[in-house]
Ligand binder design. Structure first.
Ligand code: ZN
Length: 337
């Protein structure tokens, strides 16, 4: 069945690019509502922004959504990934500024808060978007492909000249709570030299060593180093889940990305929806729903970094039946670095 939150959840912090403080309140919503943003600082006109693929504006640094009146909200991908990774299908997200707070640069604070709040099951079945025909988009050396699959799988490869990152590949079946366990605590990353360039363009104004992994050649400048040896590719996969969630519901498909970014993943969704017969909406059977991201979240397997401030009892009360209905054996990561 579709889920929403049991109650409201509040996030406060600065935007990564704008540097502006904002307050974001995530409200429960009814079945079939989907995910919508609402800008509470917009007094006149249309302040509602749909979390949909055709509302995304092309930017390589983050995913920005805009409505037809041009009202936008930026850097939605980490919150969107957390909603999908916790199996939350319906929510209204009010925000009093143009950018989602960056928090620690990962999805972990969102996941932690959603899990602590708990979910409410709604009286409507989950409808998923099933990839029927493969679609591919390419730009230079970068490519992104979706193949048919019975769950959501993500394969991703990055290739950076910086020794601190280098070539990293990872393959993950998002079933069985894999997002929370394997991806949610991986932070966004950038070069120290890029920060200087971005700041001359008015970007990354809210970036710090605490909300991004900052590298310089073979050095990790952020205190505490990496949370995972291959944190960079894990974060790219986190971004992919957030960007694919703009399909408007859970996607059943196998995504293969090579050096892809937000723009290419969004172009892939355009290709999916504009290719006749490439995707269809289905009502999930209980077996299908049990393979979706968010189903089968196993509290004890979640990385400590993501849950250090969480009451473990509250975590264990999080939809415990989901952990039972899922057979184990999938959703395991296969890091190849
Ligand atoms: Zn990101």
């Amino acid at each position: 069945m579709q889920n929403t939150l049991k109650s409201t959840v509040v996030f406060k912090g600065n935007g990564l690019h704008s540097g502006r403080p904002s307050c974001m309140v995530v409200y429960p919503a009814s079945a079939e509502h989907g995910i919508w943003f609402r800008r509470t600082d917009i007094g006149l006109g249309d302040a509602m922004i749909p979390a949909m693929w055709d509302a995304a504006e092309h930017t390589n640094l983050c995913t920005r959504l805009a409505n037809t009146s041009g009202v936008s909200v930026s850097t939605v991908e980490h919150a969107m990934a957390a909603l999908a990774g916790c199996g939350i299908h319906n929510a209204l997200i009010e925000i009093n500024g143009p950018e989602v707070p960056i928090l620690d640069g990962s999805s972990a604070p969102f996941v932690r808060a959603f899990v602590k709040c708990g979910l409410r099951r709604l009286a409507a079945p989950v409808r998923a978007l099933q990839v029927v025909k493969p679609v591919t988009v390419q730009k230079g050396e970068a490519s992104a492909t979706l193949h048919p699959a019975d769950g959501l799988k993500i394969d991703f490869t990055i290739d950076f000249s910086d020794p601190a990152i280098g070539v990293q590949s990872m393959s993950l079946d998002l079933a069985n709570g894999a997002f929370a366990r394997e991806l949610c605590d991986s932070r966004t990353f950038c070069r120290i030299s890029d920060i200087k360039v971005m700041r001359t363009q008015g970007l990354a104004l809210g970036g710090t060593l605490e909300n991004a992994v900052v590298i310089d050649g073979d050095a990790i400048l952020s205190p505490g180093g990496l949370r995972h040896k291959n944190e960079a590719v894990r974060h790219k996969m986190l971004d992919v889940l957030g960007d694919l969630t703009l399909a408007g519901g859970p996607l059943l498909g196998h995504y293969i990305g090579h050096k892809a970014g937000h723009t290419l993943t969004n172009r892939l969704l355009w290709a999916l929806f504009e290719t006749p017969g490439a995707v269809r909406m289905i009502t999930c059977s209980p077996e299908m729903a049990a393979r979706l991201p968010g189903a089968g979240l196993v509290p004890d397997e979640v990385p400590q970094a993501a849950w250090s401030r969480l009451d473990l009892d509250a975590l264990k009360a999080f939809c415990p039946e989901k952990a039972v209905i899922n057979p184990r054996g999938s959703g395991q990561s296969e890091p190849r670095d």
